[in-house]
Design a binder for this molecule. Structure first.
Ligand code: KQY
Length: 363
């Protein structure tokens, strides 16, 4: 049985592990929303299948799909990928799935954040979002894990933790008026401390340029190890990302982490800049929330990679920079397997490999 608990992870002795700690599985959700994915999600589905196959080299993958797409998803996915029927509004498991916490007795529990489609009625990307909001709880029920319903709006992609007390996030997202306008910065920190058992929040000013999530940290940087991060970098002073990356670098350099370490910053080149083509835009149904016009700048970033059981699954986005990104990641993770997956179709939906995956820690 799975129970919704009234206490908090901190009070119960649970903490959120870093992504580089061992995983029991990775969860994903099938893309089918026609006002986000072109041609009803058909090209994106192929990209999701390739991501799932890559992850499954080291980790069990579970995909969820709505009833109408179940058969199609089953036909496209290899047998070793588990498929579960579950309704969702879209397919960003990082943001709609549970953030897991573990204790030192080998128990894990889910944290189920409130979800409002990246901004609710202020600047959210779609309405309604109730099916997405129910996903974290359903995942915990399937896994028979207890859960906590956290009292704030938060998406998993807006936080990174190092497993040793430090959480990285952006002010652009967590302090955005569309998330928790009734709470102060300090009150949000207190909730993060209670629900993830972190000791220190490293606030970065902004996320990646033109990111429709209001600046998720997972599209800007990743945690390589405690005290060590990799940051999206841009060398063109005329590009808006140039100033953003420098501001973030300054913010990281000005702070120490929860254990008092200076933060080592590695740089990852920014792909592109990349834009939606005429052909790509014409396959998407027009809606209010998501900008999918030709010429729209895409929030492309190699930092949006997944770490799972000593394996890096990273997006291939631009033949001019893919090789360089791969070499940098190989240098940062010398003991890890590295798999690049063509991820342009995922980027067209507004995120990338990290955004469409959520890890379940091994206990
Ligand atoms: O950055 C993420 N974690 C998710 C991206 C969501 C894009 C919605 N269209």
């Amino acid at each position: 049985m799975s129970t919704q608990l009234k206490s908090t992870p901190l009070n119960d002795g649970f903490r959120m592990p870093a992504e580089h700690e061992p995983h029991a599985g990775i969860w994903m959700a099938w893309p089918e929303r026609s006002d986000n994915w072109r041609y009803g999600g058909k090209p994106a589905q192929k990209a999701f299948v390739n991501v799932a196959k890559a992850i499954s080299k080291t980790t069990k993958v579970t995909m969820v799909a709505g009833s109408e797409q179940y058969e199609n998803a089953r036909a496209q996915l290899p047998e070793n990928i588990q498929l579960i029927e579950m309704s969702t509004d879209d397919s960003w498991m990082r943001d709609i799935g549970p953030s897991y916490v573990v204790n030192n007795k080998g128990i894990r529990r889910g944290v189920d954040w409130k979800f409002n489609a990246w901004g609710g009625l202020v600047d959210g990307l779609y309405f309604p979002w109730n099916k997405d909001d129910a996903v974290a709880q359903k995942v915990c029920e399937v896994l028979i894990d207890d859960s906590y319903r956290a009292p704030i709006v938060l998406e998993g992609g807006s936080i990174h933790v190092d497993g040793e007390g430090t959480l990285y996030t952006t002010e652009e997202c967590l302090l955005h008026p569309s998330r928790n306008p009734e709470l102060t910065k300090n009150e949000i920190e207190q909730v993060l401390k209670q629900y993830l058992a972190i000791e220190k929040v490293i606030w970065l000013p902004l996320g990646l340029y033109n990111d429709e999530t209001n600046g998720h940290v997972d599209n800007l940087m990743h945690v390589v190890a405690p005290g060590e991060v990799v940051l999206t970098w841009c060398d063109d002073p005329d590009d808006p990302q140039y100033a953003i990356s420098r501001k973030v670098q300054q913010a990281l350099s000005a702070q120490s982490d929860a254990k008092g370490r200076d933060i080592i910053i590695h740089k990852l080149p920014m792909p592109g800049p990349l834009y939606i083509t005429d052909e790509e835009a014409c396959g998407v149904d027009i809606c209010d929330g998501m900008a999918r016009e030709p010429g729209e700048r895409l929030a492309g970033s190699y930092a949006n990679y997944l770490i799972s059981n000593k394996h890096i699954i990273f997006p291939l986005l631009d033949e001019k920079t893919d090789q360089q990104a791969q070499e940098i990641l190989a240098g940062l993770y010398p003991e890890y397997q590295l798999t690049g997956v063509d991820a342009r179709e995922i980027l067209l939906g507004g995120g990338n490999i990290h955004c469409i995956t959520q890890q379940i820690p091994a206990v």
